[in-house]
Design a protein around this ligand. Structure first.
Ligand SMILES: *Cc1c(COP(=O)(O)O)cnc(C)c1O
Length: 422
């Protein structure tokens, strides 16, 4: 355990010891109106642009310009196989095997595609389990799929809620609810990290309990990918989806990711939405009438992918490969622990951290509840060059990321927060 000290000198010592500090320079930091760099804490919403993105995208523009259709085969990075250039690095980020991983579409689209295959309710097992207050898109996607199966969400949707007076869910409570519905749950779908509270779930324990109860277990990794040190394969998760514009710095509207466990890789008879990009590569261009899916996650692709977006994401994944999730996570625990220790010293009558105290139960984000839901605090922070976000009814989310935030950033934030509350 690092002993944190409330001083700029300590923050600078931590930065001097930070083996990852060289990465900050690889990102474009926005400037505020006064021309100074902002204090950017919204990598959980849109990650900063890696400076290499421009050259990666320009390479594909240049090949399009010079080669046009020939670029599919003859571009420096042939477009026909472009998504494959991202697979290995993406797999490493989520702790998966390459055959389990594909970069395609966007998060909610991937969630629908994988639910079509893995959400197969029966009369014995019609229930679905999610978090109460799940991200709206997940809630809409799940309820719409239930309705397609003729299931009324009011009857068959189980929404896990914290105990009275608590902000986050206990793993033992989640497991107990799963056991209570033993044999009756078709699918459990939770966020890896809850977007609102910042709570990270024990995905391994939940998956084990879900499987024991006969359920398929999927995770939405929107706030977990590039944040936690994930082991989707070892944890035996059935499927997962994520977006790449948050911690993965893939840019606005970045292509998303999907994970399908290896044990499902060759279940070619699963119900699925077919399209030519999921078809066997060897025979795709014979243009035959019969769909022959690729083994693994690639078999869920439908359309040929957006190369310019993939190029941007590829630039970012190179950085993740160089830094490595274990090192990023180790720094992240210190950075967020430091933020927590500094906030704890400030105006407890006005604010409170609702994210779990245990570093094992959170990612980099801390959610600060403002008592009385006074939104003006968030405005004051913005006026001082802090980029954080406000979530109704009363939470400011602050996410120091290990790739481009420093201990100095965190210290300066805490000083500004203190002044805004004074
Ligand atoms: C960000 C986020 C989304 C966004 O979905 P898109 O399909 O990428 O627009 C969905 N679910 C969760 C939990 C998120 O945090």
């Amino acid at each position: 355990m690092t002993q944190f000290e409330n001083s700029l000198e300590f923050a600078h010592r931590m930065d001097a010891d930070d083996g990852l500090k060289r990465f900050r320079d690889r990102f474009a930091m926005p400037l505020s109106a006064d021309g100074n760099e902002v204090l950017y804490f919204t990598g959980n919403s849109l990650g900063l642009m890696p400076k290499t993105v421009r050259s990666y995208v320009e390479q594909e523009l240049a090949d399009w310009e010079k080669l046009a259709v020939e670029g599919h085969m003859n571009a420096k990075n042939p477009w026909l196989r472009y998504h494959e250039f991202l697979t290995e690095q993406m797999a490493a980020v989520v702790g998966a095997m390459p055959i389990e991983t594909v970069v395609m579409n966007s998060l909610t689209v991937n969630l629908h595609l994988l639910m079509v295959s893995f959400f197969q309710p029966t009369s014995e097992a019609p229930f679905v389990m999610i978090e109460k207050g799940a991200f709206p898109s997940d809630q809409y996607a799940v309820e719409s799929q239930m309705k397609c199966h003729g299931l009324d969400p009011r009857q068959f949707l189980i929404e896990l809620a914290p105990r009275d007076g608590e902000a986050t869910l206990g793993t033992e409570d989640i497991v107990a609810t799963i056991e209570e519905y033993d044999g009756q749950i078709a699918m459990i779908l939770l966020g890896g990290v809850n977007y609102y509270t910042g709570q990270a779930f024990d995905m391994q324990a939940i998956t084990a309990a879900g499987h024991k109860a006969g359920a398929i277990v999927g995770f939405d990794l929107a706030h977990a990918a590039g944040n936690l040190h994930l082991k989707m394969h070892d944890w035996d998760v059935d499927f997962a989806v994520w977006c790449c514009y948050k911690y993965l710095n893939g840019g606005p509207g970045a292509v998303g990711g999907a994970f399908v466990h290896e044990r499902h890789a060759r279940k070619f008879d699963l119900c699925r939405m077919a399209g030519w990009w999921g078809h066997d590569k060897e025979t795709r261009f014979q243009m035959g009438p019969e769909f022959k899916p690729l083994p693994g996650a690639e078999g869920w692709q439908i359309s040929n992918p957006p190369i310019l977006q993939m190029a941007a994401l590829r630039a970012s994944l190179e950085i993740f490969a160089e830094a490595g999730m274990p090192a990023l996570r180790a720094k992240s625990e210190k950075l967020t622990g430091y933020l927590e220790s500094l906030i704890d010293g400030i105006a407890a009558d006005r604010i409170e951290v609702i994210t779990p105290r245990d570093p094992g139960q959170r990612g980099c984000q801390l959610s600060i509840r403002v008592r009385g839901g006074d939104r003006s605090l968030h405005q004051k922070l913005s006026d001082r060059g802090v980029v954080s976000d406000w979530r109704e009814p009363d939470v400011i989310r602050v996410a120091p990321t290990p790739l481009y935030n420093s201990f100095d950033d965190v210290y300066r934030f805490s000083e500004i927060l203190k002044e805004c509350l004074a």
